[in-house]
Ligand binder design. Sequence first.
Ligand SMILES: [Zn+2]
Length: 167
Amino acid sequence: MLSDHTLRVYPDPVLREETKVIESFDESFDTFVDELKNFMIEYDGVGLAAPQIGESLKVAVIFYEEKFYVLVNPVIKYKEGEQRDQEGCLSFPGIFEDVTRPYRVIVEARDGKGVPYTVEAEGFLARAMCHEIDHLNGRLMIDHLSPMKREMIKKKLSKMRREDNDS
Ligand SMILES: [Zn+2]
C-alpha cells in the first residue's frame, strides 16, 4: 500500500532542493523508510531517494544482491578509479545513458535506526550509491552528461508529458 506520496519525475523542483539532515530516528521516520522501500519495489528500482517521492530528507534506499541498504545522512569519504556504464533513474522514465562514476567508494552513513556504519562498495553498488547520494544533494543523472545530451533528454521528457496529458 502506498501513501499520499507520489513518484516525482524531472523537472519536479523537489528533485533540486537541499535535503534535511535526519536527526530523529523515531517511529514516523521508520514508517517513512518502509515507504521508500515499498516505492522502490513497486516501481522496480535498484535505489530510491526521499526527494523522488517528494520529501527533502537525507535518506535513500538501495536493494542489491538480496540486501537492503538504508543510507541516512550518507557521505562519500573516499573514491577511487573510474567506471562507465548505462544508468537509469525512476525520475527519468525511459532514459538510459552512459554515466562515468568512481569504481570504488567508501561511504559513511547511518542505518534506519540511527546506527553509524561504513560500507565499501565497488562496481555496480558503488555506482548506485553515488547516484542516490547525488539525489540527496540535489544532483541528477543528467548533470553528468554533455549539455547537448541534457537538452535532448529534457525535450524527450516534455514531449512524453504532453502525450500523457493528451490521452
Ligand atoms: Zn535516480
